[in-house]
Design a protein around this ligand. Structure first.
Ligand code: ZN
Ligand code: ZN
Length: 366
């Protein structure tokens, strides 16, 4: 054990030594980067900015390339910080935050005050503190910057070849935090058996948010034939403005407990237009929530406000609206029952049992 500890301590010393050498090299590179930015070489080579040239040729991200130039431009104004880095009291990452702050605050830059904070904080925390500092010395331009970030937030939605939705974009920090605040709780694992990776859970959370957000049931308008609703073999898919034809299984789930505006067709004639009356509302919903409290799938505790009232026997197949025929299921588990091929049944003694699909085509429900 003693042997191992001393070996660990030796590695730790070595790591800190190498990191300090790297920090020193980064400072050297930064000085060169700032000088390089003054030349025309990057432009002669067809780059739009010196950052672009460095990013591409030095294999760095845009932020890191920008940090290098910033430090190179400002190192003379923060000599005490450079000395602190050389002494190993702060790292190059602190220096980068310091340089960015110097640029943002101009003549109000107070190195001594910031260095005191940097010595005590990790680079991440120091960045956070530097924003407070910027706000304290110049609230107006800090606010203007925030406004700028909001003005520049963008979201791109485009259609993939398979009809799916491709999403990309960037949000300002505050807007981004708001989105994460809503998505993160929904993206948590539903139980220890939940094997979805984070990306899948985020995607599921976004869809859940859109279809069930805070109890606000969306109105999906679906044009469907009765055959489709009944899942008759050979029936066409249902239609919705923004989607490819929708499978009867999905329409069945929506019709189970969702604000569904349906347009039912038979032989190309509209035979029924209207809101689905099957949404579980009022006292019946309250009774269901009081009884179940959360998703009733084994091990899942997603709260009632995020659940649908699933009909054990669907109304299309003669099931009634009584509470005995209903059970709370979260978005994912409701999906598993309708589209995913799982079954949820009540045993004779009133317990709920989930049965995995016996035949799985392609990918399983996970
Ligand atoms: Zn259902
Ligand atoms: Zn669930």
């Amino acid at each position: 054990m003693l042997q191992m500890l001393s070996q660990g301590a030796e590695i730790a010393r070595e790591m800190i030594k190498i990191q300090r050498q790297i920090d020193a090299l980064q400072l050297e590179l930064s000085k060169l980067a700032a000088e390089f930015a003054q030349t025309d070489h990057w432009s002669d080579e067809g780059s739009n900015t010196p950052i672009d040239w460095i990013r591409f040729n030095c294999n760095l991200t845009e932020k890191v390339a920008g940090d290098r130039i910033a430090v190179g431009q400002r190192h003379a104004e923060m000599a005490a910080s450079v000395r602190a880095m050389e002494a190993g009291e702060i790292g190059f990452s602190h220096l980068a935050v310091m340089a960015r702050t110097a640029i943002a605050t101009g003549s109000r830059f107070d190195e001594a005050r910031l260095l005191k904070v940097a010595r005590k904080a990790s680079p991440g925390k120091f960045y956070y503190e530097s924003l407070h500092y910027r706000h304290s010395v110049d609230a107006k331009s800090y606010a203007a910057e925030q406004v700028d970030l909001v003005e520049n937030r963008r979201l791109w939605l485009s259609k993939g070849e398979d009809g799916g939705l491709l999403i990309s974009g960037a949000l300002d920090p505050i807007g981004g935090a708001a989105v994460r605040t809503v998505l993160e709780p929904l993206a948590r694992r539903t139980s220890w058996e939940d094997r979805r990776n984070l990306e899948k859970r985020y995607a599921d959370a976004l869809v859940e948010l859109a279809t069930n957000g805070g109890g606000l049931k969306v109105q999906m308008q679906v044009t469907s034939s009765i055959d489709t609703l009944l899942g008759v073999i050979g029936a066409p898919g249902a239609e919705n403005e923004f989607s490819l034809p929708i499978s009867s299984k999905t329409v069945e789930r929506w019709a189970c407990d969702c604000g569904l505006t349906r347009v039912l067709m038979q032989d190309s004639v509209v035979i029924d237009v209207g809101r689905s009356e099957r949404t579980i509302k009022g006292p019946r919903r309250r009774a269901l929530i009081a009884r179940d409290q959360h998703c009733q799938w084994g091990g899942c505790e997603r709260p009632a406000s995020w659940c649908d009232g699933h009909h054990l026997v669907h109304w299309l197949h003669g099931g009634g609206g009584e509470i005995e025929n209903q059970v709370l299921l979260c978005h994912r588990h409701h999906w598993l029952v309708h589209e995913g091929g799982w079954q949820i049944v009540k045993t004779d003694d009133g317990r709920l049992m989930t049965i995995a699909p016996t035949v799985v085509f392609g990918r399983g429900p996970d």
